[in-house]
Design a protein around this ligand. Structure first.
Ligand SMILES: C[S@@+](CC[C@H](N)C(=O)[O-])C[C@H]1O[C@@H](n2cnc3c(N)ncnc32)[C@H](O)[C@@H]1O
Length: 280
């Protein structure tokens, strides 16, 4: 069985995880070390393992800083190029791409009071980054789109979509602490076309957006009211709705939306809908 001693000895001699781009290598090695450190009593071995973890964190930090610098220079898409082939992503788990995005955005989760949200509203949970990339690809989001995240949380979607496509992005989020942190992150990356506002999605001005994104931020009557608002917009111009999670089933039932996706009711994968209203 793998021991802390053999893992530390192996990693000390190994060069692979030291390559700046080897985020996955490091994440997996760090997970293994963290696990093996539980219950480790040999102080010298413990110190060597901590030394490896510190070295991994330092290399990650340099990698995140390099990607941040590229984003500030307007070259974020190129810097993230190696991550953009996400295949057919499913599931709600997080992976190394989320680790990279978290490092690049460097958002500290604010200390927001977490009483139960109002009826029909859902707690914050970020969209796994691979789904954001999948949505960008399959909804063919381009620089002339305006993308709005309804229930934007800490702003991962508006920020990453803007970096990858150059589209103007916005968000509305009911929790002011999240909005403050998201906008701090956008400003820190020099992103001038990301704008997240505090508010209730039911009251938001939707008149600008060509793409609406929802990771099941609400259900029941709140979702019904917001869907009705999006439909009103769709009577005026073609819109796309990109959704993830159970709210997708609601969009799949709307006669004014169509989807070319294999399963328009899938809840474990992004579904892209296009409005079908004839333009007046
Ligand atoms: C599941 S999270 C999704 C966060 C983000 N869209 C993402 O995908 O990373 C849902 C978010 O919607 C927010 N929310 C819930 N009801 C809302 C409402 N009526 N108006 C605005 N935001 C709302 C919650 O505070 C939470 O941050």
């Amino acid at each position: 069985m793998e021991s802390l001693a053999s893992t530390v000895t192996f990693l000390e001699a190994e060069e692979g995880w030291r390559r700046p781009s080897a985020f996955l290598w490091r994440a997996e090695a760090a997970d293994r070390l963290d696990l093996l450190l539980l219950g480790a009593h040999d102080e010298a071995l413990h110190a060597r393992a901590i030394g490896l973890l510190d070295a991994m964190e330092a290399i990650d930090g340099e990698g995140f800083a390099a990607i941040r610098a590229a984003i500030r220079a307007g070259e974020g898409r190129m810097a993230l190029d190696a991550w953009l082939d996400v295949g057919i992503p499913t599931g709600q788990h997080y992976d190394v791409l989320d680790h990279v995005l978290a490092g690049v955005l460097a958002i500290e989760e604010p200390d927001v009071a977490r009483p139960a949200p109002p009826p029909d509203m859902v707690f914050y949970q970020p969209t796994p980054a691979r789904h954001i990339i999948d949505g960008v690809n399959r909804a063919r989001i381009a620089a002339d789109d305006v993308v709005m995240d309804l229930g934007a949380g800490l702003g991962h979607v508006p920020i990453l979509v803007n970096v990858l496509t150059g589209a103007r992005t916005s968000g509305v989020e009911r929790e002011p602490g999240y909005v403050a942190r998201a906008m701090e992150a956008a400003r820190g990356l020099g992103l001038r076309d990301v704008n997240i506002a505090v508010g209730d999605a039911r009251d938001a001005d939707l008149s600008d957006a060509s793409v609406f994104y929802l990771f099941t931020p609400f259900v029941g009557t709140v979702l019904r009211d917001v869907v009705a608002k999006i439909e009103r917009e769709a009577r005026r111009r073609p819109v796309r709705v990109v959704s993830l999670g159970p709210c997708t089933r609601t969009f799949a039932r709307m006669g004014w939306l169509g989807s070319d996706d294999a399963d328009p009711s899938a809840t474990d994968r992004i579904v892209v809908f296009r409005s079908l209203h004839a333009l007046a």
